[in-house]
Design a binder for this molecule. Sequence first.
Ligand SMILES: NC(=O)c1ccc[n+]([C@@H]2O[C@H](COP(=O)([O-])OP(=O)(O)OC[C@H]3O[C@@H](n4cnc5c(N)ncnc54)[C@H](O)[C@@H]3O)[C@@H](O)[C@H]2O)c1
Length: 325
Amino acid sequence: MSAELKVGVIGCGGHAQTHFAMIKNEPRMRLIAIAEIHEERLARAKAEHNPELAFHDYRDMLDSVDLDVVYVITMPGHLRSIVLECLGRNLHTSVEKSPGMHAEETKQMRDAACKSKGKAIVSLNRRYIPQILAVRQLLQEHGGAVQVAANYHKPVSGLARLGRRGIAPSEIVCDAIHHVDLLRWMAGRTPLEAAEAVEVHAHSWHGDRDGTPRYNAIITFGNGCHGTMMSHYGVGYRIQTAEVHAENMSAYLDLTRAPQIVLYLDGKLREEPLDLDAVGGPDFNETRHFADCILNDTTPWSPLADAVKTMDLCEAIEQKHCGKL
Ligand SMILES: NC(=O)c1ccc[n+]([C@@H]2O[C@H](COP(=O)([O-])OP(=O)(O)OC[C@H]3O[C@@H](n4cnc5c(N)ncnc54)[C@H](O)[C@@H]3O)[C@@H](O)[C@H]2O)c1
């Protein structure tokens, strides 16, 4: 394989635009082909991103174009069959979150990835934010997180409407999964570990209005770290925050817009900026990581096998599970 990875994108809706930008900024990737069933979106993506080839049917793209990597960026209800097809063809495959409608679908994709020569990455993109990687490195230098907490709040959700069409799961699986996964990632005590939840006490209910689920959970991780999470829809604003604590270290993360981190070490506010160069630089992202993995034959930090654990935890919180997992 040459150092230039030939890329195809399946699904050219709203979120695909973020992936198109990352692919464009990754010098080792070249966008070759796109597939989209919606006529207007296909035409717009063709005009804006200039692929060599554009298809209505993704199977025609896979049959006729020699690709190395495929990004599958559809709603969760459409993902599984496409991902299974791509992995069956031994293509390196980026799987949008949530990886399927429920954990069983994630497991089917995981099993297909085990048999495939292609690598699979799940686009749990909070794992790849440089500031998060830098805080995580500091946590590990301080013996690992002892307590992690995350908030993920939003206005009223429109996902229930998509849920009724069978293409989106509940808010915690489809959306707040970002901060459930962030808890696991921050609680990891070694560079590649995302901590595994062994016990959860969840208190979840639905508000009076459509699209207002409420989730709260206290989580125990197998490595001894503890976590709490709160996610409410139909509250004031889109707010994404987290806080993490280790021995003599605390970090407060505001991820609502560009990441802002307030860090305390040994009882003092740390004024100097985080060392982002030590974790791949300020432009590091999931796409760069995926290219690294493919070209160096290493495993992505968010493989399907690990995403199953995040999906299981989301579902346990949704089901108000109280006790060991
Ligand atoms: N990581 C993030 O921050 C983030 C943000 C927004 C959305 N997302 C995720 O991205 C995914 C897509 O969300 P979106 O807002 O872009 O949805 P969208 O509906 O705007 O785009 C999905 C596109 O996939 C197309 N599609 C469906 N089946 C297809 C098929 N068989 N072949 C080709 N195209 C097909 C649809 O026509 C649509 O244009 C969702 O899973 C969502 O959870 C992630």
